[in-house]
Design a protein around this ligand. Structure first.
Ligand SMILES: [Zn+2]
Length: 180
C-alpha cells in the first residue's frame, strides 16, 4: 500500500478500529460516512484494492465492486430519503478508487446541478463536520437500510439460484452441470 495514499491510510485506521466514520465492511470495499455532512448522508465506498482506475480491477472483482456500490447507493438513498442519488468516481485528489454517494434533495443547491456547485467553504465548513452524536445517528440509519437492501438482494440471488436448479431439472438434468 502506498504510504502517501489517504484512502489506504483510512482503510488502515478501519482495520485498527480507529476510523470514527466506518459503517460496514463488504467483500470489495468499506462503507464510511463522509467527514462533511453538508449533504446529510454523504457516504463513501472505498475500494479494498489500491488501484487508480476501475478497469485495473480483475473483471470479476470489478463487477462485484460495481454491484456492491449500487447496493450501498440504494441503501443510502433509502436511509436518507433521497429524491435522487448522485454517484461519482473521481480520484483527482486521492486516486485510490472510491465512490462518492450523495443523497440529493430538491432545492439542496441554489440551481439544480452537481454538489460541486456548492462553494467548498460551505460544503466542507467546520459547522457541517459531523459531531459524534450525529455520526452515531447517521451510522445507525445507514446500517439499518444496508441490512434491508442486502437481505433483499440475497433473497433475489437465492430465487435466481432456485430457478436455475428448476430449469436444469426440467431439462432432464439431475443436477446442475458445472461445465454448461
Ligand atoms: Zn490507496
Amino acid at each position: 500500500m502506498p504510504k502517501e495514499c489517504l484512502i489506504c491510510q483510512r482503510i488502515a485506521a478501519i482495520k485498527q478500529h480507529e476510523n470514527p466514520y466506518f459503517v460496514r465492511e463488504l467483500a470489495t470495499g468499506y462503507v464510511v460516512l463522509a467527514d462533511s455532512q453538508y449533504f446529510e448522508g454523504y457516504t463513501l465506498f472505498l475500494g479494498k484494492q489500491h488501484v487508480t482506475e476501475l478497469h485495473q480491477l480483475a473483471p470479476q472483482t470489478k463487477i462485484a465492486f460495481l454491484e456492491e456500490m449500487s447496493l450501498v447507493a440504494e441503501a443510502c438513498g433509502q436511509a436518507f430519503h433521497a429524491d435522487k442519488m448522485n454517484i461519482e468516481l473521481l480520484g483527482n485528489g486521492d486516486a485510490h478508487v472510491h465512490w462518492h454517494l450523495f443523497p440529493r434533495h430538491a432545492g439542496d443547491t441554489a440551481k439544480a446541478g452537481p454538489v460541486w456547485w456548492t462553494p467548498l467553504e460551505t460544503m466542507y465548513g467546520d459547522d457541517v463536520a459531523a459531531d459524534p452524536v450525529r455520526l452515531a445517528r447517521l451510522k445507525t440509519t445507514l446500517n439499518q437500510a444496508l441490512d434491508a437492501v442486502l437481505l433483499k438482494r440475497a433473497g433475489e440471488l437465492r430465487a435466481v439460484h432456485d430457478l436455475t436448479l428448476n430449469n436444469h431439472a426440467r431439462a432432464g438434468h439431475t443436477r446442475p452441470q458445472a461445465t454448461d
